[in-house]
Design a protein around this ligand. Structure first.
Ligand SMILES: [Zn+2]
Length: 721
């Protein structure tokens, strides 16, 4: 089945790794004074990771009070290290400048990794106050380094002499990365402009934090509470149970609570027979961040866009989008838009057919309605049953989270020769988290660790993602990687298996694809390691892995009925296959509308933007079908407003998916999804190389030619030109 749902954040951006950096000397001086007073206090958070597997995070020793002093101490340490490199009396060389920078900031990486874990998984009011204070400081610190003139001169000298000094290709690429990042971060600007740039970055850091905290607030605080069985009409028992459990957690035992998160709302919209409540749920969900009052994100968006536009101008780019796209595969906004528009038109045409099918069915039932956005998932499900005899709830009985996890491990064994063993000798930040050691199946060599944080909890952001706690490298001896996958499955009753939807199963494989990308890494320098690749390339390995969920090998062995233990029947698999392009109009349009709005917002330059009006007018111009809403409306578009990472970059999922669809056909053409030769090429040229080679060249070596868009169109059931 073709899923490729381009929906989840993947990698939480770790400052410190990319060396995009900038500056405020006042802050550093102040910092130095502050930390000299508490030098005697030991902070476990900033200590070197001890224990087995080359050291692991001491999650059991972390207290919130440690974050601020540890972050400050780590900035101070990195400042000293960088200062030494910048002021060296020796002429700049690859070793004393670039490699020295790669070795610097280790404490900061450790501290920021754990800080990121808390921010995403264990956010509390107390922690949020620390984020509000520290985010602008961290941003200023980064600028301080990027704007260090002496340091930049040395990087520039190494970069300019990279060929005459006979640096190897990986070293040349690393020198280039440093040079480009510094220039793109403003290293060549004059002092006044640098100062303004740093002010903008600090202000943005504060706004990003506020944006995500507002969103988390609306997701946590707004709920639908039901008191009567009447309100639950149509819901499967598993959803009722989850709603009842949610009510108990909120001390409302005896009622049912639907939370304002995608994992609760989407199933409700799919199954609830109560049209009035579907409308209510839909409106609550699509208005996250868009409610008048102090949690309203609209003003923040206007400010973010204004500051980004100003920053782009200072840096010498036409718009923020031009700045962001320069260092990607697409290279220009025009290239990205061209691809999006080529898919948009057939997708909208498909939506018209989907709506017509749903309207016919509603008329036949005598519903006497016109399909509205809160009806889409509900009637789509009915059409799926009628047209394809496929009931998602029937499929779900075969999708046990733990069995599918075993299935993923098995796939990793077949494709990458990995084997997974659960371990209990490392600390975790919550009892629900489990850890596996990854080894090479043939040689037994240690590869890395995989942490799995599967369940939703208060203070954890919604969605699913992958994170690298530590990058693989071998600059000074072999350092193995530590990665995590995080998701928001609803925990069942004790002892009962957790059943998940087909979409959620695809997401599980998707995030595991990111993890395998990290685990496969085989490079020398940490900055080029694992998933540290172009934004529009990073979703390629993850989306590719989604394809293995629907392989017969996985379904027969791991899609096992939770009661009868029978494998999923072939007739059901056939129906899944037959329905594989069903509802692709909906999925593509809800995604692409978000991706197009993202790009257009960031191409609008210095216009003062009212997010609501911009969204409405742009969608009207695009011919957005009235029955669909953007997957992420602007006031809740965390991908692009809780940081710079995916800004003008939401198109990346589609860009990567061209490669994904084309790459999967390489397996199909060769002899199937487990063809060893193709798998070896995939590992050699894609999964293991990190950013040591140009992704286009890497892809070409894997495929023997450049990617074609045809496979993507076929996969979505759209006509190929
Ligand atoms: Zn992803």
């Amino acid at each position: 089945m073709n899923t490729l749902n381009p929906r989840f954040l993947t990698i939480t951006a770790l400052a410190g790794i990319a060396g995009i950096v900038i500056a405020n000397f006042d802050i550093t001086r102040k910092m130095k004074n502050e930390s000299s007073t508490d030098k005697t206090t030991s902070i476990p958070l900033s200590d070197k990771w001890a224990g087995p597997y080359g050291g692991v995070p001491a999650f059991d020793k972390i207290e919130i009070s440690q974050f601020k002093p540890a972050l400050e101490a780590s900035m101070q340490e990195k400042f000293k290290e960088v200062d030494q490199i910048a002021n060296s009396a020796e002429p700049a060389t690859f070793e004393n400048t670039i490699m020295a920078l790669e070795r610097s900031g280790r404490m900061m990486e450790r501290v920021q990794t754990i800080y990121g874990v808390w921010s995403n998984n264990l956010s509390t009011k107390e922690f949020q106050a620390i984020e509000e204070e520290m985010e602008p400081k961290l941003s200023a610190f980064n600028d301080q380094i990027t704007q260090n003139e002496k340091l930049f001169k040395r990087i520039e000298a190494v970069y300019n002499s990279r060929i005459e000094k006979n640096l190897n290709p990986e070293q040349q690429r690393l020198a280039r990365e440093y040079y480009v990042n510094f220039v793109r971060g403003g290293a060549k600007l004059d002092e006044t402009t640098k100062k303004r740039l740093s002010d903008i970055n600090q202000e943005l850091a504060g706004l990003f934090t506020k944006f995500s905290q507002n969103l988390l607030h609306d997701e946590m605080e707004q709920t639908l509470v039901f008191k009567s069985e009447e309100d639950l009409k149509g819901l499967p028992q598993s959803i009722k149970d989850a709603a009842s459990a949610a009510a108990t957690t909120k001390k409302m035992a005896g009622s049912w609570v639907i939370s304002n998160t995608r994992s609760s709302i989407d199933p409700f919209l799919t199954y609830s027979d109560r049209r009035d409540l579907r409308e209510k749920a839909w409106k609550m969900f699509i208005n996250r961040g868009d409610n008048p009052g102090e949690r309203d994100n609209n003003g923040i968006i206007t400010e973010i866009l204004r500051l980004r536009a100003e920053r782009a101008t200072l840096l010498g780019y036409a718009t923020h989008a031009h700045w962001r796209l320069e260092n990607t595969m697409a290279k220009t906004p025009e290239k990205a838009i061209e691809l999006m528009e080529s898919v948009w038109t057939p997708a909208v045409a498909r939506v018209k057919e989907e709506v017509a099918d749903m309207q016919t069915l509603a008329n036949k039932e005598g519903a006497n309605i016109k399909i509205e956005p809160w009806d889409y998932r509900y009637y789509a499900e009915k059409v799926r049953k009628e047209k394809y005899d496929l009931d998602q709830n029937e499929v779900k009985q075969y999708l046990q989270l733990e069995k599918l996890r075993e299935g993923m491990f098995w796939v990793a064994g077949e494709l990458f020769d990995f084997t997974f063993t659960q371990i209990n000798d490392v600390p975790v930040y919550h009892p629900d988290i489990r850890v596996w050691e990854v080894k090479n199946k043939t040689t037994g060599a240690h590869i890395g660790l995989w942490y799995f944080d599967a369940y939703a909890r208060e203070g954890k952001r919604s969605g699913a993602w992958m994170n690298a706690y530590r990058n693989q490298e071998r600059m000074d001896g072999n350092i193995s990687t530590i990665v995590s996958n995080n998701s928001n499955f609803l925990k069942g009753k004790p002892g009962e298996p957790v059943l998940i939807s087909w979409d959620d199963a695809s997401t599980l494989f998707h995030e595991f694809g990111h993890a395998l990308h990290g685990l496969s890494s085989n490079v020398t320098y940490p900055m080029l390691s694992g998933t540290n690749v172009f934004r529009d390339y990073v979703e390629f390995p993850s989306q590719l892995l989604e394809h293995w969920l629907s392989t017969p090998e996985v379904l027969q062995k791991f899609a096992i009925h939770y009661q009868t233990s029978q494998p999923i029947p072939q007739s059901l698999v056939d129906r899944i296959e037959k329905a594989s392009t069903f509802n692709e109009g909906f999925g593509t349009v809800e995604y692409l509308s978000s991706a197009l709005i993202d790009m257009k917002l960031h191409l609008a330059g210095s216009l003062k933007i009212d997010a609501d009006a911009f969204e409405r007018e742009t969608l009207a111009k695009l011919g957005m079908p009235a029955e669909i809403v953007m997957r992420h409306r602007t006031p809740q578009f965390g991908h692009i407003f809780s940081g710079d990472g995916y800004s003008a970059g939401y198109y990346s999922y589609l860009w990567s998916d061209v490669l994904t669809a084309d790459a999967y056909s390489a397996f199909v053409e060769a002899g199937g999804p487990y063809d060893k030769k193709v798998a070896q090429r995939l590992s050699k040229y894609v999964f293991s190389v990190g950013n040591t080679i140009d992704p286009e060249a890497g892809y070409n070596s894997f495929r023997g030619r450049d990617a074609k868009v045809d496979a993507l169109m076929i996969g979505r059931g759209f006509p190929v030109k």
